[in-house]
Write a protein that binds this ligand. Sequence first.
Ligand code: PLP
Length: 564
Amino acid sequence: MSSANGTANGDVYRSKRSEMDERTIPPLGMTGQRFVDAATSSARGIEQYYANLSTRPVLPSISPGYLQELLAGKAPEHGESWSDIEKDIETAIMPGLTHWQHPKFMAFFPATTTFPSMLGEMWSAALSAPAFNWICSPVITELETVVMDWLAQMLDLPESFLSKGKGGGVIQLSASDTILTVMVAARERFIRRQLAREGVTELEDIEDRSCEIRAKLVALGTDQAHSSTRKAATVAGTRFRTVPVHHSDLYALKGYELRKKIEELHNKGLHPYYLTVTLGTTNTCAVDDFDSIAGVAKDYPDIWIHCDAAYAGSALILPEYRHLSRQMSVVDSFNFNMHKWLLVNFDASCLYVQKRRDLTDTLSITPAYLKNQFSDSGLVTDYRDWQIPLGRRFRSLKIWFVIRTFGVGGLQGYVRHGIKLGNLFADLVRSRSDLFSILTPPAFGLTVFTVNPAKKHRLKLENDGDGADPRPDQDRHIPVKPEAERPELEQANEITKEVFEIIERKREFFLTSTLVGAVYAIRVVSTNPLAEEQYLRQIFDVLVDAAEGVLLKRPSAQTNGPSE
Ligand code: PLP
């Protein structure tokens, strides 16, 4: 039975419980019934937001600083009612939103969310507990272990990443976080091994020698690796060097280039200790060549290899990508973001390691106040030892809700749908090969293309027929030759940029552009949960209009008819 304020335990929410209690607002902010009303109204508002999302503009049209003008300059002295607060969602918050879930949002990579994921967030907030040690709330640790093992099996990762062996998974904030975490662990693992080789055992000697070794360490990534690797190296206080990748290799890291870079660094007296390899680069969704990298890795076991699969890792849920899952046996750690493509909202970055001790040997520091009988027993996991911060959120709940709501089959269907839409868009682009050139094979729902300059300035095109494509959904493509002569390339870049800027000014769709090597290109991503064929056809028509308009305006304009 509910009491007057809506709960069987109304006392819990009442504001004044004794004479010494001066609080005027209920301790949880509202009475139980008010909370139920507010939550119901919020759920209705969220449902309506999604029902009508496609009618809103995808991009905001406010000017910088708009919110300062709308909101009071000082916090309210007295508490306000939920109905007053809620009104401002439409008037103050919505105008400043870029709608990432909008079907016309085709920029960056998606940041997915779903209703079960939102419910997970709500429960997680309700049960707020920074479960750094197992005893802080055993279920928070145990559910995390269970869902991370489920996911590893869903992605068909090698068994060594499962918690039943020496490895395991942990949920972190973002891919950048995971890269920093493993890089620090890699740095210290390298130093520990070097100290052991040198037989350094005295405490002060260990510190002194560690500093000397640290000064010679180099983290590696390709020039297509996400900027988070460079940033992590800055935070970790070591050098960062890039390994070149080539257009002719579809921007995949090859073993021969890696070996060359390692040898070059060794010759300078430096020690490469960490490498980011990528499964699905941000620019073009390139997949590094794990087989040839494995050949090098076996000669340099002190280099920690981390696979950044932030976006495309979700595709491993499909049997057609399993050949990539198997190749993960070469890496020490692997990470993918469920919040990019697998229907869980930010933050849900899943990090796996083959040997959890590689993390805990560096990150486990236990002052007296963190000690407890369960941690001491060695029978439980304390995830604080697998990450940099101490406290952590109950993130596994939303993952659990999403996996249970969709089932593996439902998640596979969703991922496959996004890839199919990407292929459809790529086919549209191909159908106007007089106007557009696809730069790299469309993959994982990403198409990267350039606008062809007028005939006079057209870049040389070449057929790329060599080498097996690691991605199963590909056919042959006609890339722009990035090594084209400078004026030719500049002309091509200018035209693609002009077309992109027309789309940008119109603000009807949100796309991003990028520089791949020296080539300016437009990216279209089709894996937003609300993406639909009609919107991909619309953006294609808008691009065609823009490209034709730009080419017509040019004095030397001369388009070719669609090529055979
Ligand atoms: N790695 C890759 C391949 C990415 O595409 C991105 C972002 O798009 C990141 C890392 C960084 O992701 P996060 O925002 O989770 O740090």
